[in-house]
Structures are given as C-alpha cells and as structure tokens.
Design a protein around this ligand. Structure first.
Ligand code: SAM
Ligand code: SF4
Length: 323
C-alpha cells in the first residue's frame, strides 16, 4: 500500500512544520503567563535538517506542508528555505500560518517563493483588546498584512479567531460580517486549555446560536477538503465561516496530519504527549532508509484520539508545537 497509514487506516498526507518557537507576540492562550522559555538555538532544527525530513516525508506520500511556529516570519532565512520546500517534487501545497504582524512586508516574498496561501490569526477587531490578548499594539499591522496578502494572491485567506468566553465572544457578529464583505474564510476555533486553567471555552454550538440570534439564520454548508473545519456560506456573502471544534466534537477519525516541533520532535497528535525525537537520530547519523522506517513507525502508532475530555493536556504550549 503506497502512502503513510496509521494502525486504524488513516492516511497521513499533511505535515505541519514549526520552524521556530520564537514569537513577537505573547498570546495569552498560547504561552504560559509565568514567562516563556525559548528552546536553545542548538536544539532547534537547522534548515538542512528540516529539508531532509520534509524530503523523506514527501517520498512517503506527504503532499501538503504547513509552515508554522511560534511566528514563522521571525526566523531568519525563511524565504530561501521556503523556495526549496516549494520546489520539492510531490508537494502540491505549501501554506503558512502567521500572526500577520510582518505580513505586509513578507506577503510578496511569500508569493514569489511559491507559498499558496496564508492563515492569519486575528481574535479581535478592537485595538485595546488586541493589545491585551497578544501583548502588542499591532492590530493595524495585522489588518494591513491581510490586505497585502489578498492583493498579492495568497488566497483564499483563512482568518483564525480563537473564541474565548466573556473575552472576545461579543465579536462574533463583527467577524461574520467580515466574511460577508470580504472573500475570507473566518474560522471560529474552540479554545483549548494549553497554558491556562481558565475556562474560556465557548463551543461551536454556542457560536452558531449567537449568530442565528443576530440574524444569520441561513448557513449553507460547503465541502471543506482536507480541513477539520465545518464550513458555511451566508447567502450573498463574499467569504465563508468555519467552525473548528477540537473540544466539543473532535475530528480524530478523519485526522490526516502529523506535526514536527521546532526542536525536532514528531508529534502525531496535537493533544497527546506522545513524541519522537527525529533531531536526536538525525544528529546520531541515521541513514535515509532508517529515517523512512522511523517515520512509518511513528505514524503507525498515532494515537486513535486525543484525551482532552479526560482532562489530559499537552505539556507544551501551542507556540512550541505549531498550531
Ligand atoms: N504565530 C502564528 C499564529 O499565531 O498564527 C502561528 C503559530 S500559532 C501557535 C497557530 C495557531 O494556534 C493560531 O491560529 C492560534 O490562534 C492557535 N492557538 C494557539 N493557542 C491556542 C489555544 N489554546 N486554543 C486554540 N487555538 C490556539
Ligand atoms: Fe505567537 Fe501565534 Fe502563539 Fe500568538 S498564537 S503567541 S502569535 S505563536
């Protein structure tokens, strides 16, 4: 059987690569409040190591790569690296997730490097609240970055909003209106308790109800390929909305992805602590064939489903995993 499969028959063809854990934001839901400890530089995978791993994955059938972090655009040398990734035969799509703060400058370079599109994180449209969530007064930069990405054709742009109860859950209608008026896919993401025990969870069912109450009564379902989002369009809307429900309704049975952390661990499930260090075996001189066998083995043992509901959490914040 060609391709990468796990023990229950899920085909894994989507690799998410976190190229750094560094970030110019300090989003409350992503980083610990008692201070961030960056991974030492020597322990972060070098670009040559990343390319070797990505090549190995593509020879096993991976055809989509997402570059993420931390904030990927803060890592030096990213654009030449991306040019090499997009040139790898077999990869159909290289996409990037960013906080958008440097996107105005980088969007043309990303497009030129062959990146297909971007996901941008945006949790509020109020400048003060933005500062409170991210630690930076940078809302205007992010909005300018989104416009630039649209102008250069890094499309369709997906905007990720982590919905937090009593924090930004009063802005759902404003975000739905963004989808009405712009060709963006606004994705409402359920908050996952990584770094905080606060109960910010506002479920997709609650979000939908709030939108219906506000008059968005017709939501036309759309097919969403390769994505865990349930996507809908409003009549006459330019864009769409999506719901990502890792907590209220997990989508483990259709999971098609695997993650590589900045320090070189393969992480077959976002919400499990099961990890395997590729960095260590790479630096110990593993052969190409052994690397392929190792990847097959790690994918084979991908956890059947996450254990968030049982109260088990990832020991890493999202910035050290790559969302
Ligand atoms: N820095 C980039 C960004 O913010 O888009 C990429 C990395 S960030 C870790 C990737 C995604 O993870 C973001 O969309 C962010 O909103 C999401 N994320 C981080 N912590 C989360 C949490 N506790 N619950 C849900 N999503 C989270
Ligand atoms: Fe940085 Fe992204 Fe985490 Fe915010 S969500 S702290 S921008 S890595």
């Amino acid at each position: 059987m060609d391709g990468l499969y796990d023990i229950v028959g899920r085909r894994i063809h989507y690799l998410r690569v976190a190229v750094t854990d560094r970030c110019n934001f300090r989003c409350q839901y992503c980083m610990p409040s008692d201070g961030v400890k960056w991974t030492e530089h020597d322990n972060i995978l070098r670009y040559e190591e990343l390319l070797r791993i990505i090549h190995a994955f593509t020879s096993l059938g991976i055809d989509k790569v997402r570059i993420t972090g931390g904030e990927p655009l803060v890592r030096k040398g990213l654009i030449p690296f991306l040019k090499k990734v997009t040139a790898i035969a077999g990869i159909k799509e290289v996409v990037l997730t960013t906080n958008g703060s440097m996107l105005e400058e980088y969007a043309p370079l990303l497009k030129k490097a062959g990146v297909k599109r971007v996901n941008v994180s945006l949790d509020t449209l109020y400048p003060e609240r933005f500062k409170k969530i991210t630690g930076q007064d940078a809302l205007h930069q992010v909005l300018a970055g989104i416009k630039k990405a649209q102008a250069v054709g890094l499309t369709p742009i997906k905007i990720n909003m982590v919905v937090m109860k009593d924090f930004n859950s009063d802005e759902l209608v404003d975000f739905a209106n963004l989808a009405m008026e712009n060709p963006y896919q606004i994705r409402f993401i359920e908050y996952m308790p990584f770094c905080s025990d606060k109960n910010y969870l506002f479920t997709a069912a609650e979000i939908k109800q709030q939108l219906i109450t506000a008059g968005f009564t017709t939501m036309l379902p759309e097919v969403s390929n390769n994505s865990p989002a349930q996507v809908y369009r409003f009549p006459q809307s330019q864009g769409s909305i999506g719901f990502i429900t890792p907590v209220s309704q997990h989508f483990c049975s259709s999971c098609n992805r695997i993650r590589l952390t900045p320090d070189g661990n393969l992480k077959p499930c976002l919400l499990s602590n099961q990890e395997y260090s590729l960095r260590d075996v790479l630096r110990a001189g593993i052969s190409d064939q052994e690397l392929l066998d190792t990847i097959r083995q790690v994918v084979w043992n991908k956890p059947m489903e996450h254990e968030l509901k049982k109260g088990k959490k990832s020991e890493r914040g999202m910035y050290r995993i790559g969302g």
